[in-house]
Design a protein around this ligand. Structure first.
Ligand code: A3P
Length: 293
């Protein structure tokens, strides 16, 4: 599908495209329900992975039909996404969900979250990924995703990432903003992509304990198997193969799923400059990432 790449603009201090701001009033006035579960992430941090885990934890046993027929992006609506020519707006999809709980995904930085989620004390799962792998994944995604701004070459993309001129803004502001919020609001479960790769079963147990779920060990093991990279890649409902704006000839949505792929992209000089810049930007010493496991 031939779509013009959108321009980015400064939106209340955060770079965005119109696909995520055109429905702003409805997003901001969205009515959360107390049992809603939100998956919040900076793009390319493992949103789809954790959305799928949460969906399976809640519905695998009770609604096998839905699990096998409905694409994940319909089961877990993307709140702020607005492209009415092709998709039902995220707010409407969420309103139409008949399941309880609703699982809703967002990439909004913490200061943009609709206030109703805080008022209803909704549980929020935040997933963060180390900056180096995050920017590599974002670069490949923007090459593939026609409704993202023109990615340019790797060198300029990396510079733009450091400058925070990415859709949904600065990685630094995003991960730190949500980290700080977590210190004040106990209903945030802050997870790391690297931990999920290292030990998916342990992270699923952590999610169960946060959500008050107690599936059997056998059930947890089945879910762990279903959310392995190769299994999700082979599943058209989780590899987002229905997404007409992705160009699969460039890259699969489920691309590599590794920790440390940045080493195949950063030159030695880029890595040194990145580390120096990172030290300046990450003032919060309590938030630590692993770039290898
Ligand atoms: P890569 O591009 O590094 O492969 P998001 O869902 O936030 O867009 O994140 C996408 C990234 O998560 C992609 O990273 C994708 O491959 C990875 N991912 C998704 N499911 C995964 C899984 N089951 N195991 C490992 N990585 C996964």
């Amino acid at each position: 599908m031939d779509l013009p790449r959108p321009e980015m603009f400064d939106f209340h201090g955060v770079h965005m495209t119109h696909y995520f701001t055109d429905n702003w009033e409805k997003v901001q006035n969205f009515k959360a329900r107390p049992n809603d579960i939100v998956v919040a992430t900076y793009p390319k941090s493992g949103t789809t992975w954790v959305s799928y885990i949460l969906d399976l934890l809640h519905f695998r046993q009770t609604d096998a039909e839905r699990e096998n027929t409905v694409p994940l992006d319909e089961r877990v609506p993307f709140l702020e996404f607005f492209m009415p020519s092709l998709y039902t707006p995220g707010t409407e999809m969420a309103d139409m969900l008949s399941t309880t709980p609703r699982i809703i995904k967002t990439h909004l930085p913490v200061q943009f979250m609709p206030k109703s989620f805080w008022e209803q004390s909704c549980r929020i799962v935040y997933v963060a990924r180390n900056a180096k792998d995050n920017v590599v994944s974002y670069f490949h995604f923007d090459c593939t995703e026609k409704i993202q701004p023109e990615p340019g070459d790797w060198k300029s993309f990396l510079q733009r990432f450091k400058d925070g001129k990415m859709v949904f803004g600065s990685w630094y502001d995003h991960v730190c903003g949500w980290w700080e919020k977590k210190q004040m609001y106990s209903n945030i479960h802050y997870m790391f992509f690297e931990d999920l790769v290292e030990d998916t079963g342990r992270e699923i147990r952590g999610l169960c304990s946060f959500l008050g779920l107690s599936p059997s060990e056998d059930e947890r093991e089945k879910i762990r198997g279903a959310v392995q990279f190769d299994v999700m890649k082979a599943n058209p409902l989780t590899n987002l193969e229905d997404d007409t704006t992705l160009d699969f000839s460039i890259s699969q949505f489920m691309r590599k799923g590794k920790v440390g792929d940045w080493k195949n992209h950063f030159t030695v000089a880029q890595n040194e400059q990145f580390d120096e810049h990172y030290k300046q930007m990450m003032k919060n010493a309590t938030l630590q990432f692993r770039t290898e496991i």
